[in-house]
Design a binder for this molecule. Sequence first.
Ligand code: ADP
Length: 664
Amino acid sequence: MMISARAALTGSYDYGEVARSILIAIAASYAALDLAGRVTAARGRARALWLAGGAIAMGIGIWAMHFKGMLAFRLPIAIAYHWPTVLLSLVVAALASAVALYVVSRPKMGRVQVFTGSLVMGGGIAALHYLNMSAMRLAAVCRFDLRIVILSVVLAIVFSLAALILAFDLREVTKGTALRRIGSAVVMGAAISAMHYTGMAAASFVSTAVPPDLSHAVSVSPLANNGLAIVTFLVLSAAIVTSSVDRQAEAAVRRLNEELEQRVVERTRQLEAANQELRREIADRQRVEDALRRSEDYLRLVIDTIPQQIWSGPPDGSLDFCNAQWRSYMGLTQEELQGEGWQSMLHPEDKERVLKAWRESVLNGTPYEQEERHRGADGQYRWFLARGVPLRDSTGRIVRWYGTNTDIEDRKRAEQSLHEAQAELAHVTRAVAMGELVASIAHEVNQPLTAVVTTSNFALRQLASGTPNLQELQEAMKEIVEDATRVSAVISQVRALLLKKGAPDRVELNINDLIQEVTVLLRNEAALSRVQVRLDLAADLPLILGDRVQLQQVLINLAMNGIDAMRTVNDRPRKLEIKSEKHADGVLIQVQDSGIGLDPERADRIFEPFFTTKPQGIGMGLSISRSIIESHGGRLRTVSRSQGAIFQFILPAIGNSASENSAA
Ligand code: ADP
């Protein structure tokens, strides 16, 4: 019995169990490859979790394969297992798995890493195997064939090396990796099994009578054995499913990412294109702005250099721009001229009129035009013609005012000297007219003077008689006074007409009085020329504002022309009619004769200076008369007629005042 007790025990394998253990090895390998991919893909905390979970699942797989392989080995005696050792082997398997996963999930796997990794992993698996062997509690002694043990360890390391390389290659998810992974898992599973069964083959058992130490030992019932396989598969499946879900999620995220990146790229391209366009537009705009600035500069240069004062301002009538010409004329800056600053240069006598006219223009939007004096930088005033026009938008609203000031000082001076020359000429013509009238005026004066002498002689005789008739004497004296007064009146008229010179002086006049005064001077001339003078004067004429002497001159000119025109007329009565009548604009005065009249050709030229048809004429009478009437705001014209001529002029009335004074 001793011998039999020490007899070598022949083991046998339960091939179903062996197959299951190989399946577990393949499943564990597949899970390992899958998990390697996850650990690689994960970052930070997730990576640590994947590493830990993966190591546990893979550890369980490797361990279960070994343990299952051990259970597949049958001996004719009962075998129990020391469970703390078994548990320790499980920990070793998990640690070896952790190292393996760590190594293959690094971005790079160099020679040193891969060799160290395979040493640790291979060593771990070998340790797991022999730990499991040593956990066996049975009534037998286990002997190992050292050569086969070494072979099994070498195999474990070599297979680990191969597994690491495969796992490293297959960790990234690419097309076709699933199939290759399954193939690799089969190869790896087979290799692990081969290592295990080699290790098993190294052991031989010799039975002893010594009962095994069964403290902390358990025997594995068939139920537990199957449970172990199922749990292992569950764990590995869970690991694979989790990793697959995670992989798909990651793939989805990656796809989304890629899509997003694609979009970002697309958008970036669009933005780049838009940017390009924008840059081109900016460049174009810059060019346009440059051109605009150049043309603005040019315009400003033109505005500043043309010999004209130019201004402009907003619709409210203030001023916000004056060109250099105006600024330098006044010696003021743009700021000083701004707003209402420009008004300081207006002549005090013009200021009220100018501002009133400007306010009216601004209010009504009508063009502005005034002659006004502006003070220059030298303190001297010069005359300017100021003009302004409103610029309107499409709706007719005033947008701005633009205007110019034209220096008309020279023109004004010329006008002034022309006026003076005209006044001089008027004086001369008056003198000429008086010269023509001298004979008749002498007669006009002579008549009352003769009467004065006669009456005075009568008075003297009365006084010398000693008994003067006082009544008669008084009558005589009265006559003398009347005659002398008449003479005095004529003389003063002539004096006024001859001496009047210089600026016109305007007074309120009743035109009828004027006509009668002139008639006194003409009376004798008319009588000598056998001309009948008739007055037709309207009552209730409004007063007019005028220069007495100038208007008398006009009437004398017209009347004398009429008398002249009738000198050759013998076939009809020679009639001169002077008429006044009320007119819508004031008073109309008409001088009409029955003389030779005006043929159309002559009528066109009679107002020209120096046009005359008379041998002794100078041709200035009508020209001067017309300018006198125009300076009174009226107009002198002829009216065509079959026999004789008609001259008419209208003088504006002052307000609505009418004269009570009338005479026929
Ligand atoms: P003047 O009397 O020195 O010739 P005016 O200017 O007074 O100068 O007149 C110019 C010319 O107009 C006269 O020479 C004459 O031919 C013509 N004229 C003026 N008044 C009359 C008139 N009433 N009838 C016809 N011709 C006239």
